[in-house]
Design a protein. Structure first.
Length: 482
């Protein structure tokens, strides 16, 4: 059996899992703190040396200006740059440090069992990640010294793990609601003969549990401290901000178990203690929860089978423990079963990634845990920039739609605009529509490439463009002149 591992590179916590060689079932490899998950935090000490994981989280409250957290949310921000001491901080570098910490800890565990170091991995990404975010995640894995054999949508990974838990899911249509620490994904899926098909996916990679925490901090600043006009964004890099956001997270978790919870924090040299009511918390964050419902409705709208009856909903991600999540989903789907605790929402993504990793590395073997992916989807469409025929209007000619299978190839034919052309520039745009043509203003340029064919051709010569998307969701371009 070829060994390959699954990694859930999360916004707030990360996790690594493997497949048992005998049972073919997934299990998590614990870190050196004997915990299943590792905080996705990097702290730089006074010597500018990085501390990663639990140790970094313990130091973060004392000096948030030297800590980096929630970096996954910046993968889509091409202008993100910061410096801590002599360290230039980028999303790729920090993600690589987190991946290396996961693998280094797992390797210590494996060494005691006489196993070789981890090299080959599948890393999960939010289903709503586009081409650039996926490519940057792959680069982070390479910098961490890993051979990234694949990227996998997080809801799909969770569904793979759920499918391994029994035949209850076969011939069912279900929704995976994945509310993590910093991102939200929703996928509508169907299981047939233990093969998983994704019908649609949607989400928001700037929506997660940290936004609920920030809402508590904003409330505390205004109501408890009397600081009108000051928000968490204004103080997040200060010691007070670090203390407040960590205590807000503790308060939020306690409110998942009780109707009231203490909110203790330090601000401007003074200690505060406030009793937070769950009803207050839920009123403060109702707008955040509504955003997830809007994504669900859009996922249903664009589904390959929009009339399909959803039989069950699975909640993934630590933030899904908030009671308001399940209550709001019952309002939207009053006759649908909703599952949470019985399916390990914190570990499901890593375990599903391990299943997919095994299936990639051992294609001739029976699928790990008896399940495999049939058709997965991306959340983005991709098209070539061109001129509308007979005009000077720049448009996007979509060759791959977000409703097409993840592994897909789209082609189109355009024509040279000048005599004696020996090359052409190909611009590929990413967008969220399902339309065949749209304005370039409605897309985001993700790749530009000059294609040379080395000899002059007359005006009007056909040029065939091909965009290929692999299982990892990353696109590749080709162009051929006749």
């Amino acid at each position: 059996m070829t060994e390959i591992y699954g990694i859930d590179l999360g916004t707030t916590y990360s996790c690594i899992a493997e497949i048992n060689s005998i049972t073919k079932l997934p299990s998590v490899i614990k870190n050196q703190d004997d915990l299943a998950t590792t905080p996705s935090i990097v702290f730089f000490d006074e010597n500018d040396a990085p501390l990663v994981g639990g140790e970094a989280k313990r130091y973060m409250a004392s000096d948030p200006s030297r800590a980096v957290a929630f970096i996954k949310r910046e993968m889509s921000n091409p202008t993100f740059r910061m410096e801590i001491g002599c360290n230039e901080i980028t999303p790729v570098k920090i993600s690589a440090m987190i991946l290396k910490k996961l693998v280094d800890d797992a390797n210590i565990n494996r060494k005691f069992r006489g196993k070789p170091p981890i090299k080959d991995v599948v890393i999960t990404v939010p289903a709503y990640f586009g081409n650039n975010e996926r490519e940057l995640t792959r680069q982070a894995g390479i910098i961490a010294g890993l051979n990234v054999l694949g990227l996998l949508n997080e809801p799909t990974a969770a569904a793979l793990y759920y499918g391994s838990r029994g035949n209850v899911f076969n011939e069912k249509t279900f929704m995976v609601y994945d509310l993590g620490g910093g991102t939200f994904d929703v996928s509508i899926m169907r299981m047939h003969n233990n093969v998983l098909e994704t019908l649609s996916t949607d989400g928001d990679h700037h929506l997660g549990g940290v936004d609920w925490d920030a809402a508590i901090v904003d409330y505390a600043l205004k109501v408890v401290c009397g600081e009108s006009g000051v928000t968490y964004e204004d103080i997040k890099h200060t010691r007070d901000g670090g203390d407040m956001i960590m205590n807000a997270e503790k308060c939020k978790k306690m409110l998942s178990e009780s109707d009231r919870a203490p909110l203790r924090f330090r601000y401007k040299g003074r200690m505060y203690m406030h009793e937070m009511r769950r009803s207050t918390f839920e009123n403060l964050t109702a707008g955040l929860l509504k955003k997830t419902i809007d994504s669900i409705r859009n996922a249903i709208k664009i589904s390959k089978d929009p009339n399909a009856k959803i039989d069950m909903i699975f909640l993934v991600g630590g933030s899904s423990y908030m009671p308001m999540v399940k209550e709001r989903l019952y309002m939207e789907f009053p006759r649908v079963s909703i599952f949470l605790e019985q399916f390990e929402p914190d570990l499901a993504v890593a375990k599903g990634a391990a299943i997919q990793a095994f299936n990639i590395a051992n294609p001739q073997s029976a699928p790990a845990a008896g399940v495999k992916i049939g058709t997965d989807l991306s959340s983005r469409s991709y098209g070539a920039g061109c001129m509308r025929t007979g005009t000077d209007e720049h448009i996007i000619d979509n060759l791959i739609l977000r409703t097409d299978p993840m592994v897909y190839e789209g082609t189109c034919r355009h024509y040279t605009r000048n005599d004696n052309q020996t090359s052409t520039s190909v611009s590929i745009y990413e967008n969220k529509t399902v339309e065949k043509e749209l304005s370039v203003n409605d897309g985001v340029l993700v790749q530009r490439q000059r294609i040379e064919w080395g000899y002059p051709v007359p005006k009007g010569t056909p040029v065939d463009y091909t965009i290929r998307r692999g299982l990892d969701g990353i696109i590749h371009i080709e162009a051929m002149c006749e």
